[in-house]
Structure formats: structure tokens, C-alpha cells
Design a protein around this ligand. Structure first.
Ligand code: C2O
Length: 494
């Protein structure tokens, strides 16, 4: 077991970040570790989850940082706040689901249902009386803190007959954005204001997957919750709530419209301007590929034959976590042999990223633990480019330790001359997780103002063991206050 505080900066307290073998060894059964950290420079909706194997399927929760006393929300004070956690559920032990997928070499078994705050909702007979319900009063405004905690699914989320106003994403305030659908990738959070301005009655909120990859299946039933207007009349419990119409599961234009229309709130309490001078410019391709089965695996059912299985990569490297020591301990104690600092910045462009008609040989990735070393306070631009090797898919990429500005996103191959003109340098949204469009690209910038080792990976849990990740090693700053603190004495040992 191991826990991770998704989106918390952990300024100079990287020991409390949590991903297994990146900042600590796992906490073994019967043992404990106390995470100690301060929260500075951020407020809003984040969450926590297990960060080893598939354990976060059930081990997760909301983490809400309210404005400190004396500071107000930069929007109408809501009458009440409701966390809405979207999850994914298997009628099986999720560890077995993961093992089966690693042995099969392909995507995991489709989940049996999705959940809202742990409940499947009344679209499934077994949970007919367990629909998550929130009560509202007509005329009042509420804050919904929507968290996508699913392992492998992006979601469309709507409420029947109601618009929502997005006011924050990933605990960063946005300019108000009115929408009838929220699109959210695993790891992302979206805060919306909901005005109870409809006739008194019951309305479903509903979520079902947004799936960009061809051939991936999912449960057809949406998960639902109920928005129930309080009424003085006695309730007619047999009335069926009104159901919203969700976009088709593969409606990429709707997803793209939502993601690319959000902008950051420059008057927000923690707004930082976009860095204009760039120290490190990185071009990072994501690919699905193939790799050797691996000594301890049985790939007899692999779609590529018994010796090969799926892999995923950044710049053609499939990231392998160490197993004998965490990367942060190796960094702090100068232990070599745990990772290497040669993650390629700008790999040679060997293929057209939108062309799926490629030689199979290009799909072979190299397994390694390559990281990128950064000087303290350096500014980094990352151009994320999805590729079409094996399959096209939207990858929700999450960076630990930082928020980044999302400057632009689009489809096809990134073209710096044309696409730099589209950069929003004025009020871009800030995030810790970005869904890089299927068959497309996104450009983000951040300042490496936090010393430590920070994982960056696809938040589709199936892609993490396949290798879609890397890490940043950020050197100490000039003073003790800008350096990684010493490790806590109860840090688990491998
Ligand atoms: Cu929410 Cu490294 O994950």
C-alpha cells in the first residue's frame, strides 16, 4: 500500500508525495508511514489515491483545500458543497484484473460498472436503492467538486435540464465557463456551480465514458446520482427522475471543445504568469508499442504472439520503475544504478504521427529508467505529441509536484510555426493533468521550483505498467529553504 496526494505540490517535502519506487518504497502490510506536509500556494479540489498496482480502484478519496479564513472564493458563495467522485468498478479483485491484463498483454477486462461516490446507482438492479442523492433548494447555488477517480476511463458528466458553470479545474480557478457537459480524464478535477433553477423535481446526474480509442469496449449503462429539489409537499417516491442526454461515447469534438475553451482566472489568489523565457524545450511523443513478454509473465494469449506484449512509451522509452530503492532516495544519497539522466529531449522524428500505416518495427520500445534532470527554477516547455503506432488514444498525462499552463492543443502533427501562433500566453488554464487529444498534441509550460523527483505519467492505469512515463529530477535551489528536506525517519524500506 502506498498513498499519493494527487496535485498537492509537496514543496520540498517530496518524501510525502507517495508514488511507489519514485519517492518511497511501499508500506508493507502491518507497517505504517506518516505523511507530513504543508499545503502552500493552492486551494480547491484535489484527491488522494493508492499509487501502486491497481489498488487505487478502491483506495481513494477527495482532498478539499478551502480558502484560509479571511479569503473568499472568487465566485458566488455556494449554499453548500458536494464532492462527486466518479469511479470504476469490477465484480472481481482488481489485483487479479491487473494480473490478467499484464499476462494477456492487452487492455484489462472491461469494468462492470461506474460509480458516483462509490455507488453504482439505480441503473443496475443490484444497487437500485443505493443511488447517491443530493438535496438542493430551488433558487440556491451549489458547488459540485467533480473528481475522476476511475482507473482507465474518461467521462462525460451531465445533469438533466441544468447547465453548469466551471469555476476551477485541478484546484486552479478558471474564468467561469457555462456548459451542459463536463469532460474529465482520470486524475482531473472540475469544480462547477450548479444553480437549482428548474421546476421542483428529481433530476439525474449521469456519467459515461468518453472513449477515443477504436475497439475499446465499456459498460453501456451510465452511472447516475440524483439531484433532488426539496419540496414542502410530500414526495412522490415513484416518480422517475429526468435523465440527461450524454454525448456519444466517441464524441471527440465535444471533448475538445470543453478542454480547449477553459481559461485561467488571472485575478485568482495563486495565479502565476506564463514563463516567457524557456530554459528546456522538450518534444515528447507518446506511443503504444510492443515489448518482450518478460521473464515472469505468461503472454500465451497476447495478440502479438507468446513472446510479445503491449507496451507504451515516451520518446520510445518504456519506463520501468526500480524495485530495490526509490528514485528519490537514490537521488538524495547519490546512489547510482537506479535511474539514468539521459531521457531524450528531442528525439529524431522518424515517422508521421498521424499515420497509422507504419512499419511494425517502429513499435518496438526500449525499456529503461531514463529521467530528465532540471536545474532549480528552470522553465520547461513540453510539446506532447500523441502518435498512431498500434492505436490512437487520448492520454491523460499527469505531472507530480507542479501545475503547468496549457498553452494550446490540437489535432494532427504539431507544427511549431503554425501552432505557436495559437498559444494562449495571457490566461491559459493551469492543470496537473492534461488529456492530450487522440491523434493530436498539447503544449504546456511549468517552472521547476520544487526540488525532488517528480513522476510524470499517463493516468490511465493500464498504461503505467506498460511504461508511459518518465520523471524529473529537480536539483536543490541555492538555500536550505529551496532544497529538498531530509527524509523522515519512518520512511519505508524496500
Ligand atoms: Cu494521481 Cu501519479 O497519480
Amino acid at each position: 500500500m502506498i498513498c499519493f496526494w494527487h496535485g498537492i505540490f509537496q514543496l520540498f517535502s517530496g518524501w510525502a508525495d507517495g508514488p511507489a519506487y519514485v519517492t518511497q518504497c511501499p508500506i508493507l502490510p502491518g507497517n505504517s508511514f506518516t505523511y507530513r506536509f504543508n499545503i502552500t500556494g493552492q486551494e480547491g479540489t484535489l484527491w488522494w489515491h493508492a499509487h501502486t498496482s491497481y489498488l487505487r480502484a478502491t483506495v481513494y478519496g477527495a482532498l478539499i483545500i478551502r480558502p484560509r479564513p479571511g479569503r473568499k472564493y472568487p465566485f458566488t458563495k455556494p449554499k453548500k458543497e458536494f464532492p462527486i467522485l466518479l469511479g470504476e468498478w469490477w465484480n472481481a479483485n482488481v489485483y487479479d484484473v491487473e494480473e490478467e491484463s499484464l499476462n494477456f498483454g492487452g487492455a484489462p477486462n472491461i469494468s462492470d460498472a461506474y460509480t458516483i461516490n462509490g455507488r453504482l446507482g439505480d441503473q443496475f438492479p443490484c444497487s437500485a436503492n443505493q443511488t447517491h442523492t443530493i438535496q438542493v433548494e430551488k433558487g440556491k447555488t451549489y458547488l459540485l467538486r467533480i473528481i475522476n477517480a476511475a482507473l482507465n476511463n474518461q467521462f462525460f458528466f451531465s445533469i438533466a435540464n441544468h447547465n453548469m458553470t466551471v469555476v476551477a479545474v485541478d484546484a486552479s480557478y478558471t474564468n467561469p465557463y457555462v456548459t451542459d457537459v463536463v469532460v474529465t480524464g482520470p486524475g482531473q478535477t472540475t469544480d462547477v456551480l450548479l444553480k437549482a433553477n428548474q421546476p421542483v423535481g428529481d433530476y439525474y446526474m449521469a456519467a459515461h465514458p468518453y472513449i477515443s480509442a477504436a475497439g475499446i469496449q465499456f459498460v453501456t449503462n451510465a452511472t447516475v446520482g440524483i439531484i433532488q429539489y426539496k419540496s414542502s409537499r410530500s414526495r412522490n417516491s415513484s416518480s422517475t427522475p429526468i435523465m440527461p442526454t450524454l454525448p456519444a461515447f466517441n464524441d471527440t469534438p465535444t471533448a475538445h471543445k470543453f478542454f480547449s475553451n477553459l481559461t485561467g482566472l488571472k485575478t485568482g489568489p495563486f495565479w502565476v504568469p506564463v514563463p516567457t523565457k524557456i530554459d528546456e524545450k522538450m518534444f515528447i511523443t507518446f506511443g503504444l508499442g510492443v515489448s518482450p513478454c518478460g521473464a515472469n509473465r505468461n503472454c500465451s494469449n497476447s495478440p502479438f504472439g507468446t513472446n510479445l506484449r503491449f507496451s507504451a512509451s515516451m520518446n520510445n522509452h518504456s519506463f520501468e520503475l526500480p524495485s530495490t530503492l526509490s528514485m528519490l532516495e537514490a537521488h538524495y544519497n547519490n546512489v547510482s544504478g537506479i535511474y539514468t539522466e539521459d531521457f531524450p529531449n528531442n528525439p529524431p522524428l522518424v515517422f508521421d504521427y498521424t499515420n497509422s500505416n507504419l512499419s511494425f518495427g517502429l513499435a518496438f520500445t526500449e525499456k529503461s529508467t531514463k529521467v530528465k534532470k532540471l536545474k532549480f527554477n528552470s522553465t520547461v516547455e513540453m510539446i506532447f505529441q500523441n502518435t498512431a503506432l498500434i492505436g490512437i488514444e487520448n492520454h491523460p498525462i499527469h505531472l507530480h509536484g507542479f501545475n503547468f499552463h496549457v498553452l494550446a492543443q490540437g489535432f494532427g502533427n504539431y507544427n511549431s510555426t503554425e501552432d505557436e501562433k495559437k498559444f494562449n500566453m495571457d490566461d491559459p488554464q493551469e492543470r496537473n493533468t492534461i488529456g492530450v487529444p487522440a491523434g493530436g498534441w498539447a503544449v504546456v509550460r511549468f517552472r521547476a521550483n520544487n526540488a525532488g523527483v517528480w513522476f510524470m505519467h499517463c493516468h490511465l492505469d493500464v498504461h503505467m505498467p506498460w511504461g508511459l512515463g518518465t520523471a524529473f529530477v529537480v536539483e536543490n535551489g541555492p538555500t536550505a529553504a529551496t532544497s529538498l528536506r531530509p527524509p523522515p525517519s519512518d520512511l519505508p524500506k524496500c
